[in-house]
Design a protein around this ligand. Structure first.
Ligand code: SAH
Ligand code: SF4
Length: 363
């Protein structure tokens, strides 16, 4: 077994079968994967972590994904919307603390009022930061025209997870209707590229019915789509969602966490120059989850800048960490943790995806 792992790791592109062997490897094999991923990270993107201040703009959502705590059908969720001033306060904090980038994330809303509100916020964010703030959006599926408008208004990166590249599984975890169509999501990812964005996608790891073969396919999907950024993490059940009914089928949280780490490491080996986020869901399972992700290949972290009074309402999953930490505490704790992980923070730098720059012939 160990020799097989050594053999496979001599290469840096893997077949589906090889990925399955790597994903199923034991602790010894896993450590070899992690070691190689850490080396590749150091060689290609350096031991630097970039901050993106996370603004969870609203938990209103028109969709009904079966796994998500803020789905439209969750009657127990108290809905909120940040005021413009609350957004700008968070932006000022990011600007003054030299974060250089923010992420605006929200439940999905598809209407002209929302589109224009985001465009207006983007323009003001640029003003407040004297044109310096890098903006990533994570606002779900929109049409090409909307993506183009937001790009023009100043956003330049976009995160839209495919959630799983297995169409059958996608159907199982979403309502089977036009609003939750795998093809539409795929089309949206392509439109984001067309609009000029650096495009990030990702999956949830450890979903009910998901197999190791599915995860191997996910990695191949990322490679084929030629993504610039990735954000992936464990699926964590939420008791107010329909998918909760499958909770007895799940692998343990520790297994989901460990598989997520392996996915990050393998992705770093396969796509050496992309940006990979150490997601909050990693920390929901393991208090050192994000640091562990950084050590095996992740290079982006998103400190939460959402005003504290709203945080408990943005619970996509249970046990979300940092629910009551002020931005300052959050920053200090992350800073220390990142240093412990042997990395520096790329203050004042956008830390754009090198993969994107190469794809565009910019470097
Ligand atoms: N509405 C936007 C952005 C907010 S949701 C969108 O769907 O793209 C952001 C991500 O949260 C989703 O892509 C999904 O992968 C993740 N998420 C939702 N529910 C989750 C759960 N129960 N466990 C882990 N991740 C979850
Ligand atoms: Fe809405 Fe996104 Fe949650 Fe789906 S995952 S219900 S689109 S917030």
């Amino acid at each position: 077994m160990i020799n097989i792992i050594d053999d496979i790791l001599l290469k840096d592109n893997f077949t589906h079968e090889e990925l399955m062997i790597l994903l199923a490897s034991d602790v010894e094999g896993r450590n070899k994967i992690f070691k190689k991923a850490a080396q590749i990270k150091e060689d290609y993107v350096g031991n630097i972590v970039y901050f993106r201040g996370l603004i969870e703009y609203s938990n209103s959502c028109v969709k009904n994904c079966y796994y998500c705590g803020i789905r439209a059908g969750n009657k127990f969720s108290t809905r909120y919307n940040l005021t413009d001033e609350e957004v700008f306060d968070a932006v000022r904090y990011a600007y003054e603390n030299n974060f250089a980038s923010i992420v605006i994330q929200s439940g999905e809303r598809v209407n002209v009022g929302f589109t224009e509100k985001i465009s207006a916020l983007l323009k003001e964010i640029k003003q407040i930061s004297k044109g310096t703030m890098g903006v990533t959006l994570s606002l779900g599926e929109q049409d090409l025209e909307t993506y183009q408008k937001w790009f023009k208004a100043g956003a330049h990166r976009y995160l839209l997870r495919i959630e799983t590249s297995n169409r059958e599984l996608y159907k199982k975890i979403h309502p089977d209707d036009a609003m939750h169509d795998y093809n539409v999501r795929l089309e949206a990812l392509k439109n984001l590229k067309k609009a000029g964005f650096q495009v990030g996608t990702g999956v949830m790891v450890g979903l009910p019915f998901q197999t190791i073969s599915d995860l191997a396919d996910d990695l191949i999907f990322f490679k084929e789509l030629d993504i610039d950024m990735a954000g992936l993490g464990p699926y964590i059940e939420h008791h107010q969602t329909p998918l909760y009914i499958e909770k007895d089928r799940l692998i343990s949280k520790t297994e989901r966490f460990n598989l997520s780490l392996k996915m990050i490491a393998l992705l770093r080996i396969m796509m050496k120059d992309i940006n990979i986020a150490a997601t909050t869901a990693m920390q929901a399972i393991d208090p050192m989850g994000r640091e562990k992700a950084i050590k095996v290949g992740a290079n982006v972290i998103m400190p939460n800048l959402t005003p504290i009074k709203y945080r408990e309402n943005y619970q996509l999953y249970e046990d979300k960490p940092c629910m009551d930490e002020e931005a300052d505490e959050c920053k200090n704790c992350l800073e220390a943790r990142i240093k412990i992980a042997g990395h520096t923070i790329g203050y004042g730098e956008w830390g754009d995806s090198l993969h994107f720059k190469k794809r565009k012939g910019l470097i």
